[in-house]
Design a protein around this ligand. Sequence first.
Ligand code: ATP
Ligand code: MG
Length: 326
Amino acid sequence: MKKTLTGLKPSGELTLGSLIGAIKQMKDYQEDYDSYLFVPDLHAITVPQDPKELKERIRKNVGLYLACGIDPKRNTIYLQSENLYHANLSWVLECTTYMGEASRMTQYKDKTSKGENVSVGLFTYPILMAADIILYDADYVPVGIDQKQHVELARDIATRFNNKYGNTFKIPEPLIPKTGAKIMDLQAPTKKMSKSADNYKGTILLLDPPETAKKKIMSAVTDSDNLVKYDPINKPGISNLLTIYSSLKEIPITEVEKHFQDYNYGSLKKEVAEVVATTLTTIQKKYQEIINSNIINEVLDAGREKTTKLAEAKLKEVYHKIGLER
Ligand code: ATP
Ligand code: MG
C-alpha cells in the first residue's frame, strides 16, 4: 500500500486553511493509503514560542486531527520530537544540501524580507521536513500549494543521496488539492490564511466559536463589482469564499459559481458563513469529547513506538551507506 505523510506545525491554532489544504486530504485518502500524520513540533521552534502555550497546542493539534475525522486506526499519529531520528537524519541531509538551493526557498525569503533577525533553524527547516518525509519512504505528501517547493527540495535531496550512495529513499510527490490549495486571508485575500497571522479577523480558527467565524466571513473583504464570479486574480475575495464553500460542501467550483450567480454579496456571505459554522460545530463537538480523554496519549504512544522502529532501521541503513560505523 502506498504511503501518505503530512504534518501541521503547532506554531499557532489550526485554521480553516489547515483543514482544507492538508487535514481534509488526509481524511479523504485514509482508506486508500497507509497514512502518517504527525505533529511537527520541532518545526514550531524555528520562531520563538512560549513553552506552556506550545505544549498546549501540541495536544490540541492531535485533538483536532481526530476531531476533523482522522481515524486513528487508519493513521499513524506521532510527535516529531518524541522520535529522535528525524533530527539525526536531518543533519545528514543538511550535509547533502547546497547553500544555493536552501537559499532559494521562497518561504524563507518571504519571512526574512522584512529584515527581521531570524534563527538558523528557520533557514534549515525545509531540510528537516525532507527528513520527516523520506525517513518513512512516503509516496505522497498532501500539502497546500505553499509547501510544494519544500516537497520538491525533499525530492532533490533524496535523489542526490540515492545517486551517490545507491537506492535508499523513495522519491515523494506532493499532493495538492484541486480546490483549496491556498485559502486566502479574509481581510487580505491576496495573502494566504495563516495560523501565525497577526490579524485574526482574516483567519478562521477551527476552535473559533461558530458565531465568531460567521462574523469573520460576513466582514470578509470583497470588491465593488457586485458580480459573483470565480476569478482569483481579479476577484480574490469572492473567489476565496467560493473556494471555501466548494471545498466544505464538496461541490465543484463551476457548480458553486452557478449556484450563487444571482446572489448579492451579502446573501452569498451568509450562506458561506452557515456552512463554515456547521463545519466548526461538528469538529468542536468531537473535539470536546476527545481533548480530555486518554485517547490522545494512547494514539501518540502507539505512534511513537511504531515510527521509532521504522526510523531507526532507516537511519541505520543511511549510516551504513555513508560509512558512519566502526
Ligand atoms: P505558519 O504561518 O506558522 O507557517 P501555516 O498556517 O502556514 O502556519 P503550516 O503548519 O505551515 O501552517 O502548514 C500546514 C499545512 O497546511 C501545509 O500543508 C500547508 O500547505 C497547509 N496550509 C496552511 N495554510 C493553508 C491555506 N491557507 N490554504 C491551504 N493550505 C494551507
Ligand atoms: Mg506555513
